[in-house]
Design a protein around this ligand. Structure first.
Ligand code: MCU
Length: 434
């Protein structure tokens, strides 16, 4: 077992930077953003074209901007992240559209309903809610799909469970040119957006509805997401693409989830062509890369980084090579470099040191870290540091995969305050001549 205490590797004092910039009363302030995409105003230019992508056997440098310059301050991360988002949408997941023109719905003790209308089309879906004991409003964890998540521990920790059926939003089993579900009813069955981004769009609309509710049952600013296997791929993409999500917890996600696309040779992970072909999980554009991942200008360590500085708890299974757990550990270690550079190294946990070899098992090893993560990022009653705990059976080496250093980023808020336009001063009123 390899246990790396990220706190020890982090620049001294950086943890308190995160807590101090937020809420001095709470153990951890709200690290999640108030909006789905808080880099939406960044002017991203210089996105490469498919035809001109260089080959790079190493993981792309998360700190290097499209213009070739390396970021130097923590606040530079905001718009660098926006570049990564654009790359991830263009070449991997497909476009995840912003909030549609109309989103309405209801929140009750048992259900969240969502109605969406956009460009003359509409669709609806709903999700079951189970509240923990006690008095609300409650934080909530969206459980994607019906298995593999420890819902008993989530509720015992004090968070509600929102059972989300992603297949209502993006169905499996359809050809790429005839995608179905609430997302595709709005954006068209020939949309090139893959199911994972569509599933993310659905969860973002659930959060919209909770945000618009009176806030007496569920708290929109204390949302988590989890799911196992294909729904672990979903949980990961959902957290990557909505910065309102405070805690992202993919379980045993496999190819098209956390593992680096470049992939550790010989590991035995599900191949990219298999994952791309099995279901339209990834966007159609990814089809160009299944045989040449070294041409991808982005890899999953940067999706890990897109979650920073928010809570991320990656659970993996070292006993099933098909899940690519070594390749997943490299993604986590690579993304953790961004967490560290932002002074948030304590906010990521990667845990593959587990006994039971079966896929999506209920595991006692994850109960305490799950509880700790919920307390820290959703209830904000705890501040247990994250831990990188990689099974020696499935350890990848980041050093083999990077040719870039981790810069020391100058202090500055990781999330700068929204820029308010300068106040328009009314013309001075001259008293009428007497
Ligand atoms: C690990 O997730 C997937 C895997 O990618 C698929 O190839 C397989 O069919 O299903 C796995 C899964 O979702 O299992 C529940």
């Amino acid at each position: 077992v390899v246990v790396l205490a990220l706190a020890a590797l982090t620049v001294a004092g950086s943890v308190s930077v995160v807590t101090r910039t937020t809420n001095a009363q709470a153990a951890v302030g709200p690290l999640a953003a108030a909006v789905e995409d808080e880099g939406a105003d960044c002017a991203v230019s210089g996105l490469p074209d498919l035809g001109s992508l260089p080959t790079n056997a190493k993981l792309p440098d998360p700190f290097k901007k499209l213009n070739g310059a390396t970021i130097t301050t923590r606040s530079d991360w905001r718009c660098r992240r926006a570049e990564i988002r654009e790359l991830a949408e263009k070449f991997v997941f497909g476009d995840k559209p912003a909030k549609p023109a109309t989103v309405t719905g209801t929140v009750s003790n048992s259900t969240v309903t969502v109605n969406v209308a956009h460009n003359g089309r509409s669709s609806s879906f709903s999700a079951r809610v189970e509240l923990p004991s006690g008095t609300g409003p409650f934080p909530a964890v969206v459980v994607v799909g019906g298995f593999g998540a420890d819902t008993a521990t989530i509720k015992a920790a004090g968070a509600a469970v929102i059972s989300y059926d992603p297949l209502a939003v993006g169905r499996e089993g359809t050809p790429r040119n005839n995608k179905q579900g609430a997302f595709y009813s709005i954006y068209g069955s020939s949309s090139s957006t893959g199911l994972l981004a569509a599933w993310g769009w659905g969860v973002s609309r659930i959060i919209d509805v909770i945000e618009q509710s009176d806030g007496r049952i569920l708290k929109a600013d204390a949302m988590g997401v989890t799911g196992c296997s294909r729904y672990g791929k979903g949980a990961f993409a959902i957290g990557v693409f909505d910065q309102r999500i405070a805690l992202t917890m993919p379980i045993e996600s496999g190819s098209a989830g956390v593992p680096i696309f470049r992939g550790i040779p010989g590991e035995g992970a599900q191949s990219l062509s298999s994952a791309y072909g099995e279901q339209p999980w990834l966007g159609d554009a990814f089809g160009s890369f299944t045989g040449s991942p070294n041409r991808l200008p982005v890899d999953t360590h940067e999706m890990v980084a897109m979650v920073a500085p928010r809570g991320l708890f990656i659970m993996d299974n070292p006993h099933i090579a098909n899940l690519g757990p070594r390749s997943a550990s490299v993604a986590a270690l690579g993304g953790a470099e961004v967490y560290k550079a932002l002074g948030a190294g304590d906010n990521i946990t990667y845990w593959s040191d587990v006994q039971d070899g079966s896929h999506c098992a209920n595991r006692s090893e994850w109960r305490t870290p799950l509880q700790n993560n919920i307390r820290k990022f959703l209830l904000r009653t705890g501040n247990e540091p994250g831990v990188i705990r990689i099974s020696s059976k499935a350890l990848g080496r980041l050093a083999d995969w990077r040719d870039w250093p981790t810069p020391v980023l100058a202090d500055g808020p990781t999330t700068p305050p929204p820029t308010t336009p300068p106040p328009t001063t009314p013309p001075p009123t001259t008293p009428p001549p007497t």
